[in-house]
Design a protein. Structure first.
Length: 147
């Protein structure tokens, strides 16, 4: 099962990236960064927080933000709480690009994930994945699912 899970996850990520690059000229990594920023208060996250949410190192997220910044989708600004830290701020153009790319990502999710889960209890699967995440994060409680 572990081999199948790893192979499926790797294949899905590759296809998500290929679809977004082909249709939107945006990598999956860049799309996920835009997603997290779009959901953040004031569309702003510290680079360390963004890196953690995107499961990237600080240097990798810095390069990702740099690519988005070069396209005018994100801007970097110094943190008001820590002069050594920087925030990534989603611009209006970045929010539009995120919204434009979302249908492509949604179709990819359907094509490479949900279309293959027929007959599987998705609530049970989501619960199991949340428990795996909680255990990996060393939490004792699992967040309630959003309905």
């Amino acid at each position: 099962m572990i081999e199948a899970l790893h192979a499926a996850f790797t294949a899905m990520m590759r296809e998500f990236d290929a679809d977004l690059r082909r249709e939107q000229r945006l990598s999956h990594t860049e799309y996920i960064a835009l997603l997290w920023l779009s959901e953040a208060p004031e569309r702003t996250l510290g680079l360390s927080d963004l890196a953690a949410r995107c499961q990237q190192s600080l240097s990798t997220i810095s390069r990702t933000v740099g690519r988005l910044e070069a396209q005018g989708l994100v801007r970097r600004e110094q943190s008001t709480r820590d002069a050594r830290a920087y925030n990534a701020v989603l611009t209006d153009a970045g929010l539009k690009r995120y919204h434009d790319a979302t249908p492509t990502h949604t179709l990819s999710l359907r094509r490479y994930l949900f279309d293959h889960l027929e007959g599987i209890d998705l609530d049970a699967l989501a619960d199991a994945l949340q428990r795996i995440t909680a255990a990996a994060d060393h939490r004792t409680t699992v967040p309630s699912p959003t309905v």
